[in-house]
Design a protein. Structure first.
Length: 293
């Protein structure tokens, strides 16, 4: 997430710093305070600007990019290709995908969030309910997935828990800040009363298959990803939790031909068969409306 200081925000918006401080005091500009300093997320500023645009009568909104941004999922990637919906995928992590969606840079966002204090909680819905900038939105279930530890074949370090990984100085793959798997790792550390600083950090990996490759190549000892990724790579897997993987989109975009093609396909026997082959998927929520705003 790109953050602006007050002076940088003023320059970006072409306003005086004094005006920025006035807007902060009035609560009319998106911002956050960290260690006494006001910071301004660029994605939030972009969304704030676009959402306040005044359009002449008859002028329609710009078309959203034909992209599903957010978390990577191999079953979703396959569905986008096989459904013929014409949508591309952009794997940037759950929180970054949400930011791109809110900024109008993607037609939908793939999400699997985790709260620090509740591994089994419905964090996707809770996060959307807590926001005031997600208007005209609908959250559609795609699947539930089994997340866990990916390990070399035979699990040579005998890792079963996050405590094992920390105590044995295992090299743990990192995911980008805000990625769902990284949020899950932080939640596990929180439960174990440990910190990220206590971890032997391994390589930074953008997706689950990247984690699998790092472990197979000997560059890491363990990482958090789905059972389907472990199965595809021939790695050992220790389950942690079943999570919701959902698609967030605008209600006004739900009926676009591209998203309707995808919606039909995710309820199909073809997707169910593929999910069964890959393993670690539960399609009981596929196509269900899980949140509306």
């Amino acid at each position: 997430m790109q953050l602006f200081t007050t002076s940088e925000a003023a320059a970006y918006l072409r306003l005086k710093e004094r005006k920025i401080y006035e807007m902060v005091a009035e609560g009319t500009i998106p911002c956050t305070k960290v260690t006494g300093r006001w910071l301004f997320p660029k994605a939030e500023l972009d969304h704030w600007l676009t959402s306040s645009i005044q359009r002449p009568p008859g002028l329609s909104r710009p078309e959203p990019a034909a992209i599903v941004a957010g978390s990577h999922d191999p079953l979703l990637e396959w569905a986008l290709r096989e459904s013929g919906c014409g949508l591309a995928t952009l794997a940037v992590g759950s929180e970054a995908g949400l930011a791109r969606f809110l900024a109008g840079e993607a037609i939908a966002a793939g999400m699997h969030l985790h709260a620090l204090d509740d591994l089994e909680g419905d964090a996707n819905v809770a996060a959307l309910k807590a926001r005031s900038d997600v208007g005209d939105a609908v959250l559609i279930g795609f699947c539930r997935r089994e997340q866990g530890f990916l390990l070399p074949s035979g699990n040579p370090m005998k890792i079963r828990t996050i405590e094992d990984a920390v105590e044995r100085r295992a090299r743990i793959c990192m995911r980008p800040k805000g990625a769902g798997a990284q949020l899950l790792l932080l939640a596990l550390l929180e439960r174990a009363k440990a910190t990220l600083e206590a971890v032997q950090a391994g390589p930074m990996c953008a997706t689950g298959p990247d984690i699998a490759q790092a472990i197979r190549a000997g560059r890491a000892d363990v990482g958090v990803a789905t059972r389907s990724v472990a199965n595809a790579a021939g790695l050992d897997f220790v389950p942690i939790v079943w999570e919701s993987f959902d698609l967030l989109m605008r209600q006004r975009d739900y009926f676009r031909p591209s998203l309707q093609s995808l919606m039909r396909f995710i309820r199909s026997e073809a997707l169910a068969a593929r999910a069964g082959e890959m393993g670690g998927f539960d399609l009981s929520t596929a196509g269900a409306v899980r949140f509306v705003n």
